[in-house]
Design a protein around this ligand. Structure first.
Ligand code: TRP
Length: 390
């Protein structure tokens, strides 16, 4: 009897799941501290109330910049807030500055690089100052395992990866939250005075049991938006949007400008997770991985859109849209559209096998990391120039 009941219950769950999938309502979660499930980016645009980046906007940006980065061209950055306004101001001669950041909770993996790469492009094309925030305070507050000493050490490790992206030392300032608090605090306080507990509860899901540091934290992440008396542009992964929804609500109440945002999708993890995660075994590729590790990880873990046998693959072809090797080439490692299209076609037709596709990716990643690691070593000597002295 019990077994029967259990079976019926399972069946019911299955029906529910199928129904949800059919309605496109599969469960997923995107917050600054947790991403899970299969992320539906179109639904995020609706739920967060952001705007899709249109072809027209891209044309406008291309006209101003002279060219268009493939991260924009390929819609890896797919959503925005107030970009139209930002570029209108720019055309009127009102230049903008850039702001982004990193929460130092572990080693840098290649997924973290996506917003940084576009940030550098903006800096080069539009001649912008950049403030880069390292939230050693945040990662201490939100992670029971990490001490302040840990997060500070990680911040300095991560900073080497940021420098390695190639930012201009003259126009880039790093903010280490616990060290540069003097600069952040007056602005954080202004935001804090307008921000209620009920708002952060609603936006972040905090409860009465949440530590008070976490409740206050979003004000610290808001502060750099107001470092200059100019429009501010923030390239970021979409999970960070919630902080700036709050900032944008409060800015006018302080007589300040709302920051403009440009949101990216996540780089999927090797095993097929929606957002690369250092805590899932085999999911992340770190910027310090050796060529051997790259080869081993891709061969062992990269989720494949191929068929189970070579014969079947030749006949039916693979699915590049779910294949992680292809996705990584598209998001990070193959800037050439023609080459990428050929890989797509050949994989889809079955001409290109999964093992061959992985080989293409491995070579690209190795070359990328070789260059990155040389720059990362050099960065150790440059670090001091980047840190904000206040
Ligand atoms: N909280 C972000 C993280 O955990 C770090 C961060 C600080 C950030 N300021 C930012 C990210 C501005 C994007 C934009 O990664």
């Amino acid at each position: 009897m019990q077994q029967k009941l259990r079976k019926a219950f399972k069946q019911q769950l299955l029906y529910k799941k199928i129904k949800m999938e059919k309605a496109g309502k599969e469960k997923f979660k995107v917050t600054p501290w947790e991403v899970s499930g299969k992320v539906d980016y179109n639904r995020l645009i609706k739920e967060f109330g952001t705007e899709r980046i249109s072809e027209n906007m891209l044309k406008g940006i291309e006209k101003l910049a002279g060219d268009l980065h493939f991260l924009l061209r390929r819609k890896i950055f797919f959503s925005h807030r107030d970009l139209n306004w930002l570029f209108k101001e720019y055309e009127k001669g009102n230049k903008f500055f850039l702001y982004t950041g990193r929460g130092p909770s572990g080693k840098t993996h290649i997924g973290h690089l996506v917003p940084w790469i576009l940030t550098k492009w903006f800096q080069d094309k539009f001649n912008c100052n950049l403030y880069f925030q390292f939230t050693d305070d945040e990662k201490f507050l939100f992670n029971p395992e990490l001490s302040l000493k840990d997060t500070k050490k990680l911040a300095y490790e991560n900073a080497l990866d940021v420098i390695a992206i190639g930012f201009d030392a003259k126009r880039t300032k790093f903010i280490m939250d616990t060290e540069n608090i003097k600069k952040l605090y007056p602005l954080a306080l202004k935001v804090a005075k307008k921000l209620t507990f009920s708002t952060v509860k609603a936006v972040f899901g905090f409860t009465n049991e949440t530590n008070v540091g976490s409740i206050f934290f979003t004000t610290i992440q808001s502060a750099p938006c107001f470092f200059e008396d100019k429009p501010c542009l923030i390239p970021l992964a979409i999970d960070q949007d919630a902080h700036f929804r709050i900032t944008r609500d409060i800015a006018p109440k302080l007589g300040l400008r709302k920051p403009a945002l440009v949101h990216s999708i996540f780089l999927p993890g090797l095993t097929g997770s929606a957002k690369m995660s250092s805590s899932i075994p085999g999911d992340a590729l770190f910027t310090t991985d050796t060529p051997k590790q790259v080869e081993k990880k891709v061969k062992k873990y990269a989720f494949s859109g191929g068929q189970p046998t070579v014969a079947e693959h030749r006949k039916k072809g693979g699915n590049p849209d779910i294949d992680i090797s292809y996705q990584w080439l598209k998001i990070l490692f193959e800037p050439d559209d023609k080459k990428l299209q050929k890989i797509y076609n050949d994989y889809k037709s079955g001409k290109l096998l999964t093992s061959e596709l992985k080989e293409i990716l491995i070579e690209k990643v190795k070359a990328f990391l070789k260059k990155h690691q040389v720059a990362r070593e050099k960065a150790k000597k440059q670090l001091d120039k980047f840190i904000l002295k206040d």
